[in-house]
Design a protein around this ligand. Structure first.
Ligand SMILES: [Zn+2]
Length: 102
């Protein structure tokens, strides 16, 4: 096994539970991504920690360390989308309240 269980200081801020692997193209993604940031896949993602850790190790070897830019991009990262969605839902409920209560 190539994964070192301890003393793995290059892992950076990411845990295996923060990440997932695209079943379609194999790209490591942030678990928070709504879809694969590489191929836009929205289906199943591999989330088993032992498999994700291996993918993290490979990506670190390739790029030196794991960085946010290697795991997501602004288009699929869920926070901005959620903010927009939340704002839209907020508007919707305000409108309904306006209909009922004036
Ligand atoms: Zn993909």
């Amino acid at each position: 096994m190539i994964w070192r269980e301890s003393g793995h200081k290059e892992a950076g801020p990411f845990q295996a539970s923060d990440l997932k692997i695209c079943d379609l193209c194999g790209a490591l993604n942030l678990a928070a991504n709504d879809e694969c940031f590489v191929c836009r896949w929205r289906g199943r993602f591999e989330r088993r920690p032992e498999v994700v850790k291996l993918a993290m190790e490979l990506l670190e070897r390739k790029h030196g360390r794991l960085e946010l830019a290697l795991l997501t991009n602004a288009h699929v990262y869920h926070d901005p989308v959620n903010h927009r969605l939340r704002a839209r839902i907020g508007c919707f409920f305000l409108r309904i309240r306006h209909w009922f209560f004036g």
